[in-house]
Design a protein around this ligand. Structure first.
Ligand code: ATP
Ligand code: MG
Length: 352
């Protein structure tokens, strides 16, 4: 049983802070994703948990034990790196056996444990192959098997699926999630792919410039982003800015363009300048002439199950609506924009 606790972790390189004041608790069996753009400090944070580098300040506990100053080898962590370097000259079996040999398992234990791990990732039939004779997804699964074969307390995965094409990545995502649940292993996964983060995680930590922007469930960070950065980084968001006020019992936002639109009750001080977001799937289109802001279809992109509309409107240029393919609006067609006030959300104008 192992939870992970980071408190006040900072990592300086000279005067540059790669990670700043990060505190995070990952519960036993939980899968937390670190999501952020390139250079935001994701790998640095994972390396700190793994013990590959030392924090400048703050401390790290794994399973209640202070590991801040313990070397990596004494932390019992399973690691999959950003590039899943398998040993090219070793068979699949020997790749997976490697961490056991390092830990002085007997050959009898190895003969028993490795096939079990390979079965878990459905590769037992390929045990004698070399990595070069495997597909990318199969190599990825060998790397995973090698990371959990020795029953680590925690699993740390740095962009483990980044090298895979979309279809395979989605398949391995599902497998990874099942594996993680079945082993009930506390896991931190790094990704810069927001869909991967939303679909895999119990909770997501959004990182930018080495600082936590938000920690929450996938629904929380997507529908109730803490700030403009999170709203923007997780999918598409339509931003409307203006001043809010209450009239006849309803909350309204008077946009900078002069148009007044419905909004939800704002948090905190009730009146004043605000930034509100509407997610594309919450922005509905109606035929022109209906009540609501007027717009025109600039672009209509067919995506199979949905159509993505790019709209120019009296409330903003380049707004995005995602709707079912029926009814279909044509490029150039006039439309009315509608949304439920309860589907809007206010964000801070600035990042945290
Ligand atoms: N050893 C180092 N010395 C100096 N700066 C470093 C060092 N390692 C990382 N950095 C810097 O710290 C910042 C965070 O790097 P990190 O590798 O954690 O980013 P990342 O979020 O994993 O990015 P990516 O998505 O590209 O992998 C970057 O600006 C990087 O240049
Ligand atoms: Mg990285």
């Amino acid at each position: 049983m192992s939870d992970i606790s980071l408190s006040g972790i900072t990592k300086m390189y000279g005067s540059f802070a790669a990670v700043q004041g990060v505190s995070l608790k990952v519960e036993q069996g939980e899968l937390v994703t670190i999501l952020g753009p390139s250079g935001s400090g994701k790998t640095t944070l994972l390396s700190l948990i793994a013990g590959l580098i030392q924090p400048t300040s703050g401390d790290i506990h794994i399973g209640g034990r202070d590991v801040t100053h313990l070397p990596s080898g004494q932390r019992n962590v399973g690691l999959v790196f950003q590039s899943y370097a398998l040993f090219p000259h070793m068979t699949v079996f020997n790749n997976v056996a490697f961490p056991l040999k390092v830990r002085n398992y007997s050959s009898k234990e190895i003969e028993k444990t490795v096939p079990e791990a390979l079965r878990t990732v459905r590769l037992e039939h390929l045990a004698e192959r070399k990595p070069s004779q495997l597909s990318g997804g199969q190599q990825q699964r060998v790397a995973l098997a090698r990371a959990f074969v020795f029953q680590p307390d925690i699993l740390l995965l740095d962009e483990p699926l980044a090298a895979l094409d979309r279809k395979l990545r989605e398949e391995v995502q599902v497998e990874l999630r099942e594996l993680q649940r079945n082993l009930n292993i506390t896991t931190v996964l790094v990704t810069h792919d927001q869909e991967e983060a939303l679909s895999l995680s119990d909770r997501i930590m959004v990182l930018d410039d080495g600082r936590i922007q938000q920690i929450g469930s996938p629904e929380e960070v997507y529908l109730r982003p803490a700030n403009r950065f999170v709203a923007d980084f997780l999918g598409t968001a339509n931003f409307l800015t203006g001043s809010v006020h209450k009239a006849h019992g309803n909350w309204l936002m008077r946009l900078d363009s002069g148009v007044t639109v419905p909004c939800s009750p704002p948090p905190g001080p009730s009146e004043g300048q605000r930034c509100m977001i509407i997610r594309p799937e919450k922005l509905a289109l109606q035929p022109s002439g209906e009540a609501g802001p007027k717009g025109a279809v600039r672009d209509a992109i067919y995506l199979g199950q949905t159509v993505k509309y790019v709209l120019d409107s009296e409330i903003g240029e380049g707004l995005v609506s995602v709707a079912s393919p029926e009814p279909r609006y044509q490029v150039g067609e006039s439309v009315t924009l509608q949304w439920k006030p309860s589907d809007t959300w206010f964000v801070d104008q600035s990042a945290a």
